[in-house]
Design a protein around this ligand. Sequence first.
Ligand code: IMP
Length: 439
Amino acid sequence: MPATVVVGTQWGDEGKGKVVDFLAERADIVVRFHGGANAGHTVKALGKTLKFHLLPSGIIRPDVVNIIGNGVVVDPETLLQEIETLEAQGFSARNLKLSDRAHVVLPYHKEMDALEEKLKGAQAVGTTLRGIGPAYADKASRLGVRMHDLLEEDSLRERIESSLQTKQVLFREFGKATELRVENLVKVYLGYGKRLAPLLTDTSRYLNEALREGRRVLFEGAQGTHICLDHGTYPFVTSSDCVAGAASTGTGVGPAHLQTIIGVLKAYTSRVGSGPFPTELQGEQGDRIREKGEEYGTTTGRPRRVGWLDLVMINHSVRVNGLTSMALTKADVLGGLPEVLVATGYEVEGRTMEEMPAAVSKLSKARPIYATLEAWPDLSNEEWRKAARNGFGGLPEALQEYCRYLTRMTHVAVNLISVGPERQETVHLESGPPGAPLG
Ligand code: IMP
């Protein structure tokens, strides 16, 4: 703080929601800056499990202001449902603000998403079908609808007409005549606009004033660096930039404010959707990690692919985000394995590589070069909680060494270690793990 960015270093689902919830205790404002309802954040607190897609993870803290920034693509129907669910659980969305410049996801974006995936055949990305790609494509093509358009009937009609016109041609061509009619959409989305109007804010102005007053802002990344539109395994990526720099463009806060950049890494790797995955584990070991780690998509319920931690990926993330520290999550899940493997490089067509190749055709051929580390024991939840209460020194020695090893290999301090989903199952160090110099 004052401005801290939390990003995923892998392919998403690193446990960012838990880390943001934990850090939100020291924040005044939590901000989402990219992505949309494709994200799935699980937060376990106060005896409840809450799953969010659009709401920032600080929403359950009554004193924290939560902001959905201009870089997010917002599905108003999903957002209103999430607010209702939240309120039904006894929490309030009173402190929620929504950028008037955020783009809107409309039903035809979801139809386009499904159509494009079908047409791509074997090259399908495996999207969440939430209309994310087509909504960002409309934004870039200047065919988008923004939140403020939902407050003005004529402007909304004009925006929807121009966007739907080109899509109707495609829908017809591919024999998928859509039922969507401009007048119906205008009516429904004006209704959403009316309900969301009290939340609409010039959030860039709000945030800049807050930073000037010394309030602490936490920028909550969604997805992960390797499904980032610019830095991920293109074309098997999402349609927004997921790296720390996007916190600036996605909120209207100058980059000089972004001082602390925390990368979240899971003790192993997971991926949902298509694309290369060099350290993927097939068979029994993969199944064991998937089950124990509950690796099923929060948004789609799909089983996630799982594999060993990959330091080639992590070091790429360190660089493109400019990470200043790292948070290790789900360390408990690997407890009890015979050994823990970590990829330190790849062999591609007879050559050794320590960097991510740009071409997915090359990455698909990468054979990981592994380091083998000592595993830590399988503890019960109660034992992990007790260990965490005793700080870093309370963790099993092999896990302490894992943190030191990661710090040495990345030159970035692992200073937050999560050993369970609850807030108290977390160890937070002021600096890096004792005995692991960064140099
Ligand atoms: P889209 O974002 O729905 O267009 O999906 C593009 C790719 O990103 C697919 O492989 C999705 O599975 C993946 N993806 C999107 N959001 C998330 C997320 O929050 N966690 C993990 N993967 C995601």
